[in-house]
Write a protein that binds this ligand. Sequence first.
Ligand SMILES: *[C@@H]1O[C@H](CO)[C@@H](O)[C@H](O)[C@H]1NC(C)=O
Ligand SMILES: *[C@@H]1O[C@H](CO)[C@@H](O)[C@H](O)[C@H]1NC(C)=O
Ligand SMILES: *[C@@H]1O[C@H](CO)[C@@H](O)[C@H](O)[C@H]1NC(C)=O
Ligand SMILES: *[C@@H]1O[C@H](CO)[C@@H](O)[C@H](O)[C@H]1NC(C)=O
Ligand SMILES: *[C@@H]1O[C@H](CO)[C@@H](O)[C@H](O)[C@H]1NC(C)=O
Ligand SMILES: *[C@@H]1O[C@H](CO)[C@@H](O)[C@H](O)[C@H]1NC(C)=O
Ligand SMILES: *[C@@H]1O[C@H](CO)[C@@H](O)[C@H](O)[C@H]1NC(C)=O
Ligand SMILES: *[C@@H]1O[C@H](CO)[C@@H](O)[C@H](O)[C@H]1NC(C)=O
Ligand SMILES: *[C@@H]1O[C@H](CO)[C@@H](O)[C@H](O)[C@H]1NC(C)=O
Ligand SMILES: *[C@@H]1O[C@H](CO)[C@@H](O)[C@H](O)[C@H]1NC(C)=O
Ligand SMILES: *[C@@H]1O[C@H](CO)[C@@H](O)[C@H](O)[C@H]1NC(C)=O
Ligand SMILES: CC(=O)N[C@H]1CO[C@H](CO)[C@@H](O)[C@@H]1O
Length: 401
Amino acid sequence: MAKFPFSFAFTLLRLAAAATNLYVSSYDGNVTSLSLNIAGSDYNLSLISRYQQCGPSPSWLTWDRENRSLYCLDEGFTTPNGSITSYRADKSGKLTMIEHLNLTAPAAVAGVIFGNQSFRGYAIAHYTGQLSVMLLGNEPFSGPVQTINFTVDSAPGPNAARQATPHPHQAILDPTAEYILVPDLGQDIVRVFCWGPDVNNNTLIEHPPLEVQKGSGPRHAAFWSSGKNSTNSTGIYLLVVTELANTITSYEVNYPLNGGLGFSEVYSTNTFGSATIPNNTFAGEIAVSPDKRYVVVSNRGDQSFQIPAYRNATGREYSDSLATYAINDNGTLSFKQIWPAGGLFPRHFSFNKVGDLVAVALQHSERVVILERDVKSGLIGIAVADEHVSGNATCVVWDED
Ligand SMILES: *[C@@H]1O[C@H](CO)[C@@H](O)[C@H](O)[C@H]1NC(C)=O
Ligand SMILES: *[C@@H]1O[C@H](CO)[C@@H](O)[C@H](O)[C@H]1NC(C)=O
Ligand SMILES: *[C@@H]1O[C@H](CO)[C@@H](O)[C@H](O)[C@H]1NC(C)=O
Ligand SMILES: *[C@@H]1O[C@H](CO)[C@@H](O)[C@H](O)[C@H]1NC(C)=O
Ligand SMILES: *[C@@H]1O[C@H](CO)[C@@H](O)[C@H](O)[C@H]1NC(C)=O
Ligand SMILES: *[C@@H]1O[C@H](CO)[C@@H](O)[C@H](O)[C@H]1NC(C)=O
Ligand SMILES: *[C@@H]1O[C@H](CO)[C@@H](O)[C@H](O)[C@H]1NC(C)=O
Ligand SMILES: *[C@@H]1O[C@H](CO)[C@@H](O)[C@H](O)[C@H]1NC(C)=O
Ligand SMILES: *[C@@H]1O[C@H](CO)[C@@H](O)[C@H](O)[C@H]1NC(C)=O
Ligand SMILES: *[C@@H]1O[C@H](CO)[C@@H](O)[C@H](O)[C@H]1NC(C)=O
Ligand SMILES: *[C@@H]1O[C@H](CO)[C@@H](O)[C@H](O)[C@H]1NC(C)=O
Ligand SMILES: CC(=O)N[C@H]1CO[C@H](CO)[C@@H](O)[C@@H]1O
């Protein structure tokens, strides 16, 4: 490969990154499309358009890069049901709605695409206690093709207000793409489902769950492996963030020959790097960096920082936080940094492809902030761009080439 002078390579990188869009859902009924223009060290985040088709309470977005499709889930606060909306995005970030469908179950809060070429599903976690599956790829939606109603199957957690019944909060895919895991905040378990193209006619089957600490309220989770054993199901870990106890716990995952998953806890810490957890704090999102060397969690409600007030306002404002940990080869974590999230209630955040930017959806600040991040050290830095997003921002995803 030819060697380019450093500055030329840098310019190529920046030009390649020039056409970047972000999609943001918010609880006022909008999906907002933003354009991030990068010229050298100047970042400019600007509004492309707002779209109102995703029901009254958009809660979650899944970006399907391959098909340039965006799936939006609606929690349906003011309606009897939740809903799903699909959009196609053009290169400039303009969305065209393809379909809107009412779901039979309410309170859709997160979803994940799974399957293969012949069966492509979207598994949806409903906070009210269901998992439903949509069939993708042959719109109009013919679904849900499966709905599982959870019953109280272990003693409810000690937090009466939040744990009287099951509360699935997310659905994630494991690295073998055959298991879907669903943290259940109400039952203090992470539910385990398997899927196989030739097994059980594409229907998800539930296996025994991972039981986490009582009362901790698991909200989200992320798989991690060092990548050194990518063709083997060893060296795989599950990192679970709990909303009620504000902990992050690492479990080694094993794949018994007779199916299901086994878990053994290897490490646990709180989401403040072992410092005292402030009152009224609810850990939110967890994500592993693209280079798999770090994990970041968001803290909501801690107001650990004061930052310069937004845009032209004078004075300072409170900010909640993001905590960064290095992931060691044995699945333990080493605390690296706690840093301002750029506003209040970082419900969701996501890394860009390279991992040198983090987009944060700040639910109570009605704002999306882009923070710079040093890929090597994993340290998050200053806000390089921000944009007011009407309503309570719930989720932000990147659309990059
Ligand atoms: C969407 O955003 C616009 C502009 O801020 C706002 O006027 C509107 O009320 C929001 N919600 C819906 C459903 O349009
Ligand atoms: C930001 O981008 C928008 C849309 O491309 C453009 O209209 C505006 O002038 C840019 N602002 C700055 C400060 O560069
Ligand atoms: C979808 O649900 C909304 C809110 O409950 C309702 O107004 C609408 O009529 C439903 N649409 C269909 C096609 O059933
Ligand atoms: C799930 O519960 C709803 C109402 O609570 C019911 O209508 C539906 O039939 C149930 N589905 C299954 C698969 O049990
Ligand atoms: C598998 O599912 C398809 C589509 O729902 C159905 O037509 C078929 O009868 C099912 N086959 C079995 C063996 O259950
Ligand atoms: C995976 O690891 C196990 C345990 O070390 C080993 O027995 C097996 O051969 C490995 N499989 C592959 C495909 O490398
Ligand atoms: C990779 O797999 C080998 C053999 O199964 C195991 O000894 C080693 O600890 C694994 N490495 C990691 C990083 O998990
Ligand atoms: C947290 O709440 C406890 C119990 O209400 C109270 O005693 C304590 O002072 C509070 N701590 C802070 C830092 O506000
Ligand atoms: C900030 O102030 C400048 C100059 O007065 C003005 O052009 C700009 O619109 C203001 N921006 C915001 C977000 O209010
Ligand atoms: C895991 O790795 C870290 C970093 O290398 C080390 O400090 C720690 O002692 C190890 N823990 C266990 C249980 O092996
Ligand atoms: C929306 O944000 C406001 C503060 O800006 C907050 O008081 C309110 O609780 C939030 N609502 C939801 C549903 O997040
Ligand atoms: C939802 C959707 O359009 N899915 C398609 C995405 O692209 C793959 C590969 O081209 C198709 O197989 C899917 O049907």
